[in-house]
Design a protein around this ligand. Structure first.
Ligand code: ATP
Length: 466
């Protein structure tokens, strides 16, 4: 496949999106967020000094915190705050047998078409108009669609060839199915219960694009919830509601989020119901997460192919069954991008002593998602402020992720923290030397409060509500 050099910071690709529904997408937002990501150290194109590599991205000093917070927030609500879900960290490399059983080797394909005029390649099911090439405008120039397998294949050990083939996982889910018996035997969990995993997945996407929305290496947050067959419809409804609430609870505006049930012709053959959590991206509504009722397909396939019995014996009821599975499968990297887009705001604010006139950019991120919770800012670099500033930093650091910045005018440092989404700035000034108090500045209202150093941690924790 021919790849354009480093076009990743370009405008959104409408061909990569589903057509929009209600609401108003904002195409200009895309460039603003992508530029901010580069300027402030959220996301860099991979191998940029070598001209970039279209299908992967690197998360910079601030982006790594954001992404970690998204994953931690998911883990907190899916594992930590529940008694019926346990965690797992399965291997990324696995033998072909796993993928034969799961159906990925045969069916994990996308329909690929080439434009005979410009030679670009596209995923047929993501084209707005399957008759017109979105790159060169040629009509009916596409080749017959062929099924392109998205699995990345490599080999294990020093000798290439038969028996050495392995695959990079294209989803984390299979690790939960192949470990179902291990978890059942060791965790004392009984259906209904879940296994959750966060980690990298790899897909040889035909058209990566729209920044980190679709990449060939990405992170997923998936949970397989094993239930008695008769309860699957009820649990499917439960998880659809839970997952929508998770996004809303973490600051996604309700008018930018929707749950879209798949039509019957969209469903995989084993799924009796699937819904997507969709976000209103700058190019329209598109998927953040899929929630599927997968029946007993996965466990049945692995039972058949491995020869291991994967049934659960319910002693109370005296019955043996293969649990059915409800799967909420979300993308961590894609969700981090959606949080940035939802949080991005510009507002006109007063410049000191000059009335209105300055536009400030602010990321109104939920405190749990924000990279830094607090920035400690000594008013100046004067040595006498360094001791109290270091003391304040030392007081907060064990509990909250902090930034520390002592250069530039204080106003510019506030603007920088606004662009990072830092909920609070703590300024140490010359009065601090007398009153042992600091100024706490709120990101959203820009209001400032004087708070004694001894009460600072409790004050911030109460307001952060983390
Ligand atoms: P699509 O139809 O967009 O290719 P999918 O329906 O195949 O996605 P799933 O297999 O359900 O996606 O994966 C679960 C989640 O993983 C998606 O909702 C998305 O958030 C994330 N995801 C999938 N593929 C990618 C990718 N190439 N880049 C980034 N995130 C991805």
């Amino acid at each position: 496949m021919s790849e354009a050099p480093a076009p990743e910071m370009s405008a959104p690709d409408p061909a990569a999106a589903e057509s929009g529904g209600a609401g108003a997408p904002d195409p200009a937002l895309f460039d603003k967020v992508v530029n901010l990501c580069k300027r402030r150290g959220f996301v860099f194109p991979s191998a940029e000094i070598y001209g970039g590599f279209r299908s992967t991205y690197d998360y910079g000093p601030v982006g790594v915190l954001l992404l970690r917070n998204v994953k931690d927030a998911w883990w907190r609500s899916m594992v930590q705050l529940r008694h019926d879900v346990v965690g797992l960290d399965a291997a990324i490399l696995s033998p072909p047998a796993v993928w034969e059983a799961s159906g990925h080797l045969k069916n994990f394909t996308d329909p690929l078409v080439d434009c005979r005029v410009c030679r670009e390649r596209f995923r047929l099911d993501k084209l707005d108009d399957p008759e017109v090439c979105p790159n060169c405008g040629a009509k009916q120039s596409f080749t017959e669609a062929r099924q392109f397998n998205l699995m990345f294949k490599t080999f294990a050990g020093p000798v290439e060839g038969a028996g050495a083939d392995v695959y990079l996982r294209p989803e984390t889910a299979q690790g939960m199915f192949t470990n179902f018996k291990n978890v059942l035997e060791t965790s004392r969990k009984r259906p209904p219960f879940g296994i959750a995993q966060v980690g990298k997945s790899f897909r040889n996407e035909i058209t990566p694009g729209n920044f980190v929305f679709r990449t060939r290496e990405f992170e997923q947050m998936e949970m397989e919830y094993f239930v008695p067959p008769a309860e699957s419809a009820r649990w499917y409804e439960y998880w659809c509601a839970e997952r929508m609430n998770w996004y809303l609870d973490h600051g996604m505006p309700s008018d930018k989020l929707r749950l879209r049930a798949h039509d019957t012709d969209e469903l995989s053959h084993y799924s009796s119901a699937t819904s997507d959590v969709e976000f209103l991206f700058p190019w329209g509504w598109d998927e953040l997460e899929g929630i599927a009722n997968r029946g007993d397909y996965d466990l049945r396939q692995h039972q058949q192919h491995s020869g291991e019995r994967l049934e659960y014996f319910d002693q109370a009821a005296g019955e043996r069954y293969l649990p059915h599975v409800i799967e909420p499968a979300a993308g961590a990297t894609r969700t981090a991008m959606a949080f940035l887009m939802a949080a991005y705001d510009e507002e006109e604010v007063a410049r000191e002593g000059q009335g209105k006139g300055e536009v400030r950019t602010v990321l109104r991120l939920h405190p749990r998602i924000a990279p830094y919770k607090v920035a400690v800012l000594p008013l100046s670099k004067k040595p006498e402020l360094q001791a109290p500033a270091t003391e304040v930093l030392g007081l907060l650091q064990p509990h909250l992720m902090c930034d520390y910045d002592e250069t530039q005018a204080i106003g510019r440092r506030y603007r920088r923290q606004d662009e990072l989404g830092t909920p609070f700035c703590v300024t140490v000034d010359f009065d601090t030397l007398d009153d042992r108090a600091v100024t706490v500045r709120d990101r959203d209202s820009m209001a400032q409060d004087r708070v004694p150093i001894d009460a600072l941690l409790d004050h911030l924790r109460a307001r952060l509500d983390t």
